[in-house]
Design a binder for this molecule. Structure first.
Ligand SMILES: NC(=O)c1ccc[n+]([C@@H]2O[C@H](COP(=O)([O-])OP(=O)(O)OC[C@H]3O[C@@H](n4cnc5c(N)ncnc54)[C@H](OP(=O)(O)O)[C@@H]3O)[C@@H](O)[C@H]2O)c1
Length: 344
């Protein structure tokens, strides 16, 4: 402990936003570094993920929802989320050692005192630790367990540049999809989906041309698989574009989570159930937690695909805890492609 600082910084909730968060809803506090505690390890965080899902933990009225794994935070609480870091202090007899790299859920702080049981030691399977913060596992589980890709399928991924979507488009292709379409916030981001992530085409949300028409042009024969991170207009457009016996796997609801209204914990949409019926569409809500066996399989394949150059891990590193609230605003505005992490 002797060469450790006596204090560290963490991001706290200063007020629960009514609508989308803004910088004034957060504060950066300097707090004393805790001493060692039985059953816990002290981790120096190296990276933590900044994700739109945080909205569901901090909004006014966003209390616990069944099936959502994020706790609701109160004013004064430190924010939380996936992080990776290095153990700097471990109790005697612990299976974890000083120097081990681990993942855990106490991001948004420079140091974290974490229950040993809440830490997962990182295997050296991936070329760099930050890749463990990618959301490819969710995309992979959804596209192998939530639905199956049949070779040649036309696949549509909503929020094709989000942490999940930026991996899902590439994974769908590697699993045999014949044509992959992603949605993006702007034509510029759409071009990046095609150029950097290998999408065949992009459709632009909130554009003048309705999504249904854009999808009809991108996939004149319709879509077979929809991996949905958004809901809302994109789900409605996917129903309109679906071929007979299309399979939908619903993994996210960004349209509700990032709506300027409400709590971020509902995502209502009006769908034409007649089309769902006549086209025999199947829709499955899916959480990667449903198939924990996918984790080891994904890490192995991800490592292999990264080394062979078949996949990229799009991510943006924003340096310094003081930049973290602004990083969240940037994620919400769709400014970045892929996973956004704060590097400490
Ligand atoms: N099922 C599971 O196991 C599981 C696991 C983890 C996360 N999730 C959920 O999956 C979804 C995606 O997660 P993620 O981590 O990939 O998200 P993320 O990267 O944090 O999301 C950022 C993206 O949100 C999009 N976005 C911003 N405002 C939007 C709006 N008003 N409407 C629609 N999209 C908007 C932006 O893309 P564009 O602006 O380019 O469209 C941006 O790239 C979330 O709903 C998350 O809660 C599910």
């Amino acid at each position: 402990m002797s060469d450790l600082p006596s204090t560290y910084r963490e991001v706290r909730l200063a007020a629960r936003p009514n609508g989308l968060p803004a910088p004034e809803h957060f504060t950066i506090a300097e707090v004393p570094l805790p001493g060692p505690v039985a059953g816990q390890v002290l981790v120096r965080n190296r990276y933590f993920r900044v994700t739109a899902s945080l909205r569901m933990m901090i909004s006014q009225g966003a209390e616990k929802v069944q099936g959502v794994p994020f706790p609701a935070l109160q004013v004064g609480d430190t924010l939380a989320g996936e992080a990776i870091g290095e153990i700097v202090c471990a109790p005697t007899g612990s299976a974890l050692r000083v120097g081990d790299m681990v993942s855990h859920f106490l991001g948004w702080r420079e140091y974290a005192l974490v229950d040993e049981t809440a830490c997962t030691r990182l295997e050296p399977t991936l070329p760099e630790p930050v890749a463990h913060l990618g959301r490819g596992e969710t995309a992979y589980a959804a596209l192998t367990r939530g639905v199956s890709i049949i070779p040649g399928d036309t696949v549509f991924i909503s929020a094709g540049g989000s942490a999940i979507g930026s991996m899902a488009g590439q994974i769908a292709r590697l699993l045999g999809a014949g044509y992959v379409i992603g949605s993006a916030v702007s034509p510029g981001q759409g071009e990046r989906l095609v150029r950097e992530l290998g999408y065949d085409a992009a459709v632009i949300r909130d554009a003048e041309e309705p999504l249904e028409e854009q999808l009809a042009k991108a996939a004149p024969d319709g879509i077979d698989v929809f991996q949905d991170n958004v809901g809302g207009d994109q789900l409605r457009a996917a129903v309109a574009a679906a071929r007979e016996r299309a399979r939908f796997v619903l993994t996210g609801a960004l349209s509700g989570q990032l709506s300027p209204h409400g709590t971020g914990r509902t995502a209502p949409v009006e769908l034409d159930s007649f089309q769902i019926l006549t086209k025999r569409i199947t829709m499955r809500g899916y959480s990667a937690d449903d198939d924990p066996d996918a984790h080891a399989e994904w890490i192995q394949r991800f490592g292999d695909w990264l080394r062979s150059g078949d996949i990229v891990f799009p991510h943006v590193r924003i340096r310094g805890i003081d930049q973290a609230p602004d990083a969240l605003m940037q994620v919400i505005k769709g400014r970045h492609l892929g996973t956004v992490v704060v590097e400490l």
